[in-house]
Ligand binder design. Structure first.
Ligand code: NDP
Length: 258
């Protein structure tokens, strides 16, 4: 169909500072920091989440402000459901609801299944999968009530698509995120809120620092790890007005692994 989009859907985010605020969780380092910097460069305003205050999130915020973004900071542990709800509700009561949410915060605790402790299972599921629920549950109804287009992007993993040795807990959590993302996408489609997932392979951050170059060369067709900015570019595109007809998708970013 060639029907033009409404002006609201085609407006550049840079033309509407304040109306294009995106919450990024785990924005203090790694992929989350790269996403925050890229979204700021692409004209979005930001609510930057970190678990705690510190020099790292202050630097990301400074970089985003230097790119022209308005930035607010929020601190919470994504596993603490009641506190997450209280803080998010207070933030949107004070400033209005967000245009977008990027659920990036996550952990991996890798061990062969017989060596997994209860805590390894619980912490990975609580951070990655409950984190999805804890952050999005207080935000989705206010996003609907904005009656405007919106964007939700979640971070899964190649591990959640194919299952990885030594990552039964992480694969379960990241596969759960894919299911939850797709189901939420169906629920929100008619509201013009898109919900998509990115599934990176090996990206060079502290999460993957234990991997050897040799292993990466053997397993990744492109023979190198990805860089956080390469994930950030896709996330920013999915947040853009141009991505308004993309929803319920899992976008692989993995150098050809499958
Ligand atoms: P990092 O370990 O570098 O960063 C993880 C981020 O999540 C940090 O900001 C961390 O905060 C935050 N976080 C972890 N637990 C909590 C918590 N309980 N409450 C609040 N914040 C928390 O990881 P990456 O940047 O590599 O990963 C980002 C996302 O991408 C994750 O969801 C990960 O699973 C996913 N991913 C990563 C891949 C990779 O190869 N790197 C591949 C596929 C997916 P703090 O600094 O306080 O610990």
């Amino acid at each position: 169909m060639d029907r033009p989009s409404t002006p609201q859907e085609t407006a550049s985010p840079t033309g509407e500072r304040g109306a294009d605020t995106i919450l990024v969780t785990g924005a203090n380092r790694g992929i989350g920091a790269a996403i925050a910097r890229r979204l700021a460069q692409d004209g979005f305003d930001l609510v930057l989440h970190s678990r705690r205050d510190g020099d790292d999130i202050a630097q990301v915020a400074a970089d985003a402000r230097a790119a022209g973004a308005q930035v607010r900071l929020l601190q919470f542990d994504v596993t603490q459901r009641a506190r997450v709800k209280t803080l998010l509700e207070a933030d949107i009561a004070a400033h209005g609801c967000y245009y977008g949410v990027v659920c990036n915060a996550g952990i991996a605790v890798d061990k062969p299944f017989p060596a997994l402790e209860d805590e390894d299972w619980d912490s990975v599921l609580k951070t990655n999968l409950d984190g999805f629920y804890n952050v999005l549950r207080p935000l989705v109804m206010p996003m609907i009530q904005r009656r405007r287009p919106g964007r939700i992007v979640t971070l899964s993993s190649l591990s959640g698509v194919i299952g990885n040795r030594g990552q039964v807990n992480y694969s379960a959590a990241k596969a759960g995120i894919i299911g939850a993302t797709k189901a939420l996408a169906v629920e929100l489609a008619k509201r013009r809120i898109t919900v998509n997932c990115v599934a990176p392979g090996w990206i060079e951050t502290s999460m993957t620092e234990a991997l050897s170059r040799e292993e990466i060369r053997k397993l990744v067709p492109m023979q190198r790890p990805g860089e956080p900015h390469e994930v950030a570019a896709t996330v920013s595109f999915l947040c853009s007005r141009d991505a308004g007809y993309i929803t319920r998708q899992v976008i692989a970013i993995n150098g050809g692994m499958c």
